[in-house]
Design a protein around this ligand. Structure first.
Ligand SMILES: *Cc1c(COP(=O)(O)O)cnc(C)c1O
Length: 183
């Protein structure tokens, strides 16, 4: 940030903030306080579970916020979405319990995949990434055949959301078999 010119806006997307446990991950709000050209984005779609309501917010200097308002769709956030967002802020403790459970499952799944022999990057969001390359789509199809939905990025890999323990176990089963079938 020290090297970025002051008239260049830097956007920090914190969609997965609540799931982040790595102490080394910087705090975007403190960046924002030190550097007025920083904009912080947050969403209620992930940890708050309100993806269907499409509500989030930006933290920005007034000048930037004014420009954003001009470009944003008018009334883009419905009244219902605002009410739900406020209500979910009030339920933060319950929410954090859910987030902790998800993080624990994420760590379990990550460790099991490493144990199986997968080269999975460290996970700080609500998903794990399997770098399957050309096997991304066939792997996703194998998951679908077992009633498990994952998101393939053709030629790159598969994004697997952490879900219920049973679903995570199913993912581990398919991932383990996949490696064996390629041996
Ligand atoms: C989910 C997500 C968002 C926010 O999505 P909305 O549902 O539009 O609020 C932003 N960035 C990333 C990387 C995400 O995964």
């Amino acid at each position: 940030m020290a090297k970025v010119p002051r008239d260049v806006v830097v956007v920090v997307d914190e969609a997965y903030l609540e799931f982040t446990t790595d102490e080394a991950v910087p705090d975007a709000l403190s960046f924002y306080r030190e550097h007025p050209n920083v904009v912080v984005l947050r969403t209620f779609s992930k940890a708050y579970g309100l993806a269907g309501l499409r509500v989030g917010y930006a933290v920005a200097q007034e000048e930037v916020a004014t420009a954003l308002r001009k470009a944003a769709t008018p009334f883009g956030v419905t009244d219902l979405a605002q009410q739900a967002a406020i209500a979910s802020l009030a339920a933060r403790d319950e929410l954090m319990v859910r987030v902790e459970q998800l993080v624990a499952e994420r760590e379990r799944v990550h460790a099991a995949l490493v144990e199986q022999g997968w080269d999975v990057p460290a996970a700080q969001g609500n998903f794990v990434w399997l770098p399957l390359g050309e096997d991304a789509v066939p792997f996703a199809q194998a998951c679908q055949a077992r009633a498990l939905t994952v998101r393939p990025f053709a030629g790159e890999g598969v994004r697997c959301s952490i879900g219920e323990t049973e679903a995570n176990d199913r993912l581990l089963g398919i991932a383990g078999e996949w490696l064996h079938s390629r041996e």
